[in-house]
Each structure stands twice: as C-alpha cells, then as structure tokens.
Design a protein around this ligand. Structure first.
Ligand code: FPP
Length: 241
C-alpha cells in the first residue's frame, strides 16, 4: 500500500522522534559485522529526513547515540562517529538548500575533536533555517537532560534572574535542548522493542507511540508514512474526554 496517498495533510505531527534501532540485528541476519547495519541505517537517516521534510514535519528528532552507547566496543563507536561525519559532509549542502536547521541534543563535546568541529559548522551554518529542525541525539539521555535543565534553572534563581514562582511545566521547557519546539507528537520505535530507552522523557508526556517489527535499515519512506497514518487514526485527548 502507498501510505503517502493516505496522508491527511491537515494533521501532520509537528514533532516526530525516532529511536533508530535494529542495525546490529539487520547485519547479523546477513552474516555481516554490526557496523554494516549502521552504514545502511545512515542511508535510512538520509531517506527519512527527506520524507519528513516533504510532508512538512516541523521537528524530526533522531536518536543516534545515547549516553549508554559508550559501553559498546571502541571499534563500533568509532564507526558510528565516521558515519556521523559522513552524514554531515555529504548532506550539509542539501540541508542548507532545503532550509533545515540542525540541532544537537546532548553533550557532543565529549566526541572526538574532528567531529565536534564538523558539528559546530553544521549548527552554525544552519542556525537561521526555519523550514524544519533536525534534532540529532548525540551523547543524549533524557534523565541527564532534565537534571541539566534543573541545574540551569537553579543558576538563574541564584543569580536573581527568575524567582521560584516562575518555574512551571511550560517555562521548564526553555531549559531543555528542544527549547522553542513543540512537545513530541509521535514516537516511532522500529525493531520490535517496546522501550523508551531514556529518549525525550519530558517531551513525550502526551506523545503517541508507534512500534514496528521492521528493523531500522529496512524502515523506508513508506514505513514512515505508515506510522504517520497510524498517528492520524488516534484520538488524542490530552487527559480530557
Ligand atoms: C541502534 O541499533 C542504532 C544505533 C545505536 C545507532 C544509530 C546510528 C545510525 C543509524 C547512524 C549514524 C547516525 C546519523 C544521524 C547519521 P543497534 O545497534 O542497537 O541494533 P541491535 O539492537 O539490532 O543490536
């Protein structure tokens, strides 16, 4: 079925997050090293960024590297860094032309210097773009993000810039990496896992969840549109009736 044809363009989720999972299993099924799966997964990143852009999603957040991913073998981490570098180098011109802003969620300064430089360039050169925001989770964890925001708020209170009464669930969002963006509308997790894995914990308060058995390297544009169609069939009540 062609799910693009079924989309309701008046009800496109403003913010979609994806936990890109299953690269390792995809490679194992083909008797290849795990990094082969990450390489194909990077091709899906390119495809899905374009798919989201075409239907006017305002924010797309991709979980590329979690605070827990440092536990993986050094060789795999290094390959993921290479793929990130490849992605930025090969896509930055297109991203700029399409008026997409790149933002990073997480402390990417822990990455190798060369990667930090590339990321800084991408952030700088796209900072005025406003058609879509591509958030990339790098050394990201939702709990760390909330603790970081809390510390920043404490600093503001201590400096006398805000009072404790100014802190509420809305103003708190200004201290998250996703400041200024919508809360998450739709969380997509491929590969048959039913976990949130420390992703966008604050932003997903009212998001719809979409789980799929498809492994990320097989998650093509039509699968993405299928998830959006599924989202459009949901009745979002936000705690009301
Ligand atoms: C999870 O699959 C995937 C990752 C930890 C890495 C995701 C990274 C990419 C797709 C490429 C680089 C990113 C960008 C933005 C260019 P897994 O290895 O946990 O798979 P498994 O559960 O089957 O082992």
């Amino acid at each position: 079925m062609n799910y693009h044809e079924k989309l309701d363009f008046d009800n496109i989720p403003k913010h979609v997050g994806i936990i890109m999972d299953g690269n390792g299993r995809w490679a194992k099924n083909r008797k290849k090293p795990r990094t082969f799966g990450h390489k194909e997964g990077t091709e899906r990143v390119i495809e899905i960024v374009e798919a989201a852009y075409k239907i006017n999603v305002k924010s797309l957040t991709l979980y590329a590297f979690s605070t827990e991913n440092w536990k993986r073998p050094e060789e795999e981490i290094s390959k993921l860094m290479d793929l990130l570098a490849f992605y930025i180098k090969s896509q930055l011109e297109k991203i700029k032309k399409n008026n997409i802003r790149i933002m990073v969620l997480g402390d990417y300064t822990a990455f190798p210097e060369k990667i930090v430089g590339l990321i800084d360039t991408a952030l700088q050169e796209t900072k005025s773009n406003d058609k879509m925001i591509l958030n990339i989770g790098l050394n990201y964890g939702g709990q760390s993000e909330i603790v970081r925001a809390s510390k920043k708020i404490c600093e503001e209170v201590i400096a006398g810039n805000i009072s404790i009464d100014d802190i509420n669930t809305e103003s708190f969002k200004d201290y998250l990496y996703t400041r200024g963006q919508n809360d998450l509308d739709l969380l997509i997790r491929p590969s048959g896992e039913f976990r949130v894995s420390n992703f966008l914990l604050y932003q997903l308060a009212y998001s719809e969840f979409y789980f799929s058995d498809i492994l990320w390297p097989d998650f093509h544009e039509n699968e993405f549109y299928k998830a959006i169609c599924d989202f459009q069939s949901r009745n979002r009540r936000y705690g009301g009736l």
